[in-house]
Ligand binder design. Sequence first.
Ligand code: XMP
Length: 520
Amino acid sequence: MHDTIVILDFGGQYTHLISRRVRELGVYSEILPFHASLSELEGGRVKGIILSGGPRSVYEEGSPRVGREFFRWCEEGGIPILGICYGHQLIAHVFGGEIERGERREYGRTILYVECEDELFRGLDVVETVWMSHGDNVVRLPDGFKVLGRTEGTPVAAYANQEKKIFGVQFHPEVAHTSKGLKILENFVLKICGCRPTWVVESWVDEAVKEVREKIKEGGNIIMAVSGGVDSTVAATIIHSAAGDRLHCVFVDNGLLRKGEAEEVIRTFREKMKFKNFHVVDAGDLFLERLRGVTDPEEKRKVISHTFIEVFERKARELEEEYGEFRFLGQGTIYPDRVESAATSQAAARIKSHHNVTLPERMRLRLVEPLAYLYKDEVRRLGEKIGIPREILWRHPFPGPSLAVRVLGEVTREKLEIVREADAIVEEEIRRAGVYEKLWQAFAVLLPVKAVGVMGDARTYEYVVAVRIVESLDAMTANFAKLDWSLLERIASRIVNEVKGVNRVVYDITNKPPATIEWE
Ligand code: XMP
């Protein structure tokens, strides 16, 4: 049992980041909605609680709360609490302090004057840079609380109640712009809460395999759809370690994959990873047929996911004839897929398949999700540990609806061929330039317009390809990559010369927001 830090989510945009930072310290963390019951916290594994930020104001009617009972329970159990931003204000409010609606928002990098270098701020200098994002302010602290630091606009930027082991910071220690943020979290998690840093990659592998074994011990086969992406590959490998040939993987080749991708996935599973029950369904023609005449992006997504379910179910039934009934469904669901922010939903669990479709309930299978508690970077580290090839672990993200979202308008065989070839050139040049792993994504999009060009003596009238290359940390925001002109020039001239039907290449120089990464 790992010592655990629970983060109660009040709907803040950085909640997952807090959780990841705690794990960087080697301590297991879990996000629960703010209204989680005390019984969910019982059992002795919770060593500390962090109250997250959130968009509301403590004075607003219906704003999310935890009450005195919660604080009494923590105090009796000797469980320290750290409030961040909204959490900081909420604690002060509940104990009878005063919060004032700020005249103006304090946003961005701010100077913090450290007034008390106590446990939480041990190792900090008297002046530090922190990241602020708030409107309201704590202006008077309750009895028993003392100020630890202030900024120009915030008289109580941090506080402590040593007796009750309650701490609060108005700024965001989890954000990289707070220069000693990780130090502050380390002081809280390791020193104040006394957590042992046992959350290391070796333990994830053993635990994941053990849990799967336990889940499937009654016997019966497991079916799982794999795409060749990081999550489903790592999950399938873990399940395979626990279940061996009881695991049947189904790879649906939807005919919309990147150049050489289907062959690569098949080779990896069958030859490199020695999966015996690896079944391939070649469904390219069916997908194309269903996509005929469909131009609306939402409609395209719908068609693709419905077709996927149909093909997968049909294959499952066929396999059952041969191998007997399936009892379990393996999935590569990871932690952020499950935990939604309290701001958007009160429900903590959501199910996805690798193709972003929910497999029908009528399959009545029990889920096996060995990565359900891991973040992407942890999945990659685990994958490295169990020997998943580097090309898979570090491959750029690829959307479930595949190249269909990169052919604007109707998807046809001819257009797919163009975008596939152009995409392969983009990837090859990006790899050759040694920047592939520094980029979030790099791909080609086929626009539904033709433009005039000239080749030799002749005028041409052919398609335009857009090249989209972005840097990002989590796909929530992204910047277009400012690459070397000569690299972009090489990409453009190769596409025009080598891909039949294209005479012009444009580079997408919009960031997200306001644009998205895919064009659809
Ligand atoms: P957007 O275009 O919304 O994309 O900025 C954000 C990230 O998500 C990927 N993406 C998808 N991934 N199924 C997926 O698994 C999808 O339907 C899908 N749509 C977009 C996109 O490639 C980018 O990394």
